[in-house]
Design a protein around this ligand. Structure first.
Ligand code: PA5
Length: 353
């Protein structure tokens, strides 16, 4: 565990500087907010639905926007991870096609499908075919800085998605909320960074609890569902480890029964319950009781969000999780940045075309 305080070891293993990219998250909100203003998109129209199409690191911003807008937005919002958009998509749908590389086949296909159905499309990419098509067809387009792993652009992508939805539906205020997120994350950063030693650093401690374990990330409510997914995918991609995520209250009706068999898996698991910090009494009680039951066969701990607004709460847990995945990569002895299997898979699929 001491390796987590060893700057030389960490700097050598983290060849492409993932730690710096994670630490750069707070700066993405205002930079993307500024680029959004400069793009001066015209999205006027009468919309009845929103669809965000993307995969992996490009889709999660859509989930976060959905979580944020669930309780006060007038239209349904769906995130599509796949080749086709749902049949409800019409000319009254705002379709936001997001692909960091601009070349992801599922997203390109959903984009074409949405266009065929007459949807009003906004494209978000750092380059690739999506950017070329958006430019050649004069579609509204937002560009993200090149050269990042897609999962590291989460702040910029979420900003673009939320601001596009806000503009199209004429709902102001999301830009100010995003600025609050940046402030909360800036305040958290020094406690999570490398110079903060293991005995004081929550991210290093959690990574220490997860090493040689199968992490389970349990969302305590609808709001934290995309955060649990993000924790899981960050542990997959950065720490190169399996990770399972699920959500309350649903898991109380099925998955909870599965704890205990295989016995070896239960005892080798570590469960992280994500608490947004503003749970209703009902959900608080549910989290507590579920944790008591799971703790009979597995280690479990609860992680509580910081900040006061919904977006700040979500991103405070995401920021913590991103650092945890980084320190877990260090403990696993792997370079967090490369995702060789994703690259190999995409190359093989392209070769088959
Ligand atoms: O994290 C990753 O690299 C992946 O999850 C990608 O985001 C995913 O494969 C989609 O690629 P892109 O974001 O370029 O559309």
């Amino acid at each position: 565990m001491e390796r987590l305080d060893d700057r030389k070891y960490i700097t050598k293993l983290d060849k492409a500087k993932m730690r710096m990219l994670i630490g750069g998250l707070p700066g993405q909100f205002s930079a993307a907010g500024k680029s959004f203003q400069e793009a001066n998109l015209s999205l006027r129209g009468r919309y009845t639905s929103v669809v965000v199409a993307g995969m992996g690191g490009s889709a999660i911003g859509g989930d976060l926007a959905c979580a944020r807008l669930y309780s006060d937005f007038p239209a349904p919002i769906s995130v599509v991870r796949g080749y086709e958009v749902p049949s409800f998509v019409t000319k009254n749908t705002l379709l936001i096609a997001v692909s960091y590389s601009g070349n992801t086949e599922e997203t390109l296909s959903a984009f074409q499908d949405g266009k065929k159905r007459g949807a009003r499309v906004v494209c978000i990419a750092s380059g690739g075919s999506l950017m070329e098509m958006a430019k050649s067809e004069s579609l509204p387009f937002l560009t993200v800085p090149e050269g990042l792993p897609p999962r590291c652009a989460i702040g910029a992508l979420t900003t673009y998605i939320l601001l596009s939805i806000g503009l199209a539906f004429q709902v102001p205020g999301y830009a100010a909320e995003l600025e609050d997120v940046a402030d909360v994350l800036k305040n958290m950063r020094s406690a999570l960074e490398l110079d903060s030693p293991l005995k004081e650093n929550p991210a290093k401690k959690i990574a220490g609890n997860l090493v040689h374990k199968l992490p389970f990330v349990y969302s305590s409510c609808r709001m934290t569902d995309p955060v649990a997914k993000r924790w899981s995918t960050q542990i997959n991609e950065n720490a190169k480890s399996l990770c399972h995520y699920s959500n309350l209250p649903e898991l109380d009706h099925n998955e909870i029964v599965g704890w205990g068999i295989p016995r070896e898996v239960s005892y080798a698991s570590h469960v992280l319950f994500l608490d947004p910090g503003n749970l209703s009494d009902k959900l608080k009680r549910r989290l507590k009781v579920t944790k008591e039951i799971v703790s009979q066969v597995a280690e479990a701990e609860t992680l509580t969000a910081g900040g006061t607004g919904d977006l700040a709460r979500l991103f405070s847990l995401i920021f913590l999780g991103d650092y945890v995945s980084f320190y877990l990569a260090m403990l696993n002895g792997v370079d967090p940045t490369p995702v060789e299997r994703i690259d190999l898979l995409k190359t093989k699929l392209r070769e088959g075309q």
